[in-house]
Design a protein around this ligand. Structure first.
Ligand code: NAP
Length: 266
């Protein structure tokens, strides 16, 4: 049974990946706060400091690198600082450390989780992810890079935060393609079985929806009615948002409405 190290295995996607891999692999998770699942080998560590990396990588054949640090995703809304800087300690420095350890311990597949459009997007978090992709491509370990569109949980968190305001300001015409992390975890798990695939086909949700449509569905299912303030955006921003979708890519099946009906608000 191959040993697969999952970084970020306590996160939204990582939990789904661990669940998919457990029946057929020995799964290790490097985590700052290890969990209690007895079917997982927990290794305490921190990608930002390097703690635990050697122990976690040693003896692993595959690494699924799904850890990330996005302050905006954590808080559920953007601040001006997010357009200026994103911390690189986990996504860039942590990736570099993992790759260095993997070269010396015979890892045969490094699967890096990324985001659709990172090569074109300008916001700092996306630039950080793109830098990490470049490290993976330039490294000596056979690799896959798998990019996904925004996950439902994050869209839900952001709308929930926005709806705390009496009026929700929203660029309603921007296009999105929200995806379920379980669908993407299936895609990732198949890649683990198939082996290194280089730059894999982008993965997106089943529907391309405008932000206005997302909010309407969210309000209806969450039972929260807020007044909407339509924010016009320049066409360059509309194009940039379109770059974060992949209508021609690989598509999941779980829709935004289905996800909302089966997940309570945070
Ligand atoms: N969210 C989206 O919409 C989306 C869309 C496309 C692709 N992605 C990508 O999918 C991957 C997973 O995202 P997610 O949505 O599952 O994020 P998430 O729920 O925020 O999970 C992030 C994970 O990274 C771990 N982590 C953070 N700092 C760490 C550190 N210093 N050392 C070790 N682990 C650390 C977290 O552990 P702690 O609990 O210790 O913080 C957590 O397990 C990322 O690569 C992300 O860029 C996300």
């Amino acid at each position: 049974m191959a040993t697969v190290l999952v970084t970020g295995g306590t996160g939204h996607l990582g939990r789904d990946v661990v669940a998919r891999l457990k029946p057929s692999h020995h799964v290790r998770v490097l985590a700052r706060s290890p969990g209690s699942d007895p079917d997982v080998e927990w290794i305490r560590g921190d990608l930002a400091t390097g703690e635990g990396i050697t122990a976690a990588v040693s003896g692993s054949q595959v690494i699924v690198h799904a850890a990330t640090l996005s302050p905006a995703a954590r808080r559920g809304f953007l601040l001006p600082v997010d357009f200026w800087r994103s911390p690189p300690e986990v996504d860039v420095d942590g990736t570099r450390r993992l790759l260095a350890a993997a070269v010396h311990t015979g890892v045969t597949h490094f699967a890096y989780v990324s985001i659709v459009g990172v090569d074109r997007a300008r916001i700092p978090y996306m630039r950080v992810k793109h830098t990490a992709e470049e490290l993976v491509r330039a490294g000596q370990v056979p690799w896959s890079i798998l990019r996904a569109t925004q996950f439902h949980w994050l869209t839900d968190r952001m709308l929930g935060k926005a709806a705390r305001l009496p009026v929700v300001p929203l660029p309603t015409d921007l296009r999105t393609q929200p995806a379920d992390s379980r669908d993407f975890a299936d895609y990732l798990a198949r890649r683990v079985v198939e082996g290194p695939g280089g730059q894999c086909v982008d993965f997106g949700g089943p529907e391309v929806l405008t932000l206005g449509e997302l909010l309407a569905t969210w309000q209806q299912i969450r039972g929260r009615q807020r007044r909407l303030l339509r924010v016009p955006v320049p066409s360059a921003v509309e194009r940039a948002a379109r770059d974060l979708t992949c209508p021609d890519g690989n598509r999941g099946t779980i829709t935004w409405a289905e996800w909302l009906r089966t997940h309570p608000p945070e």
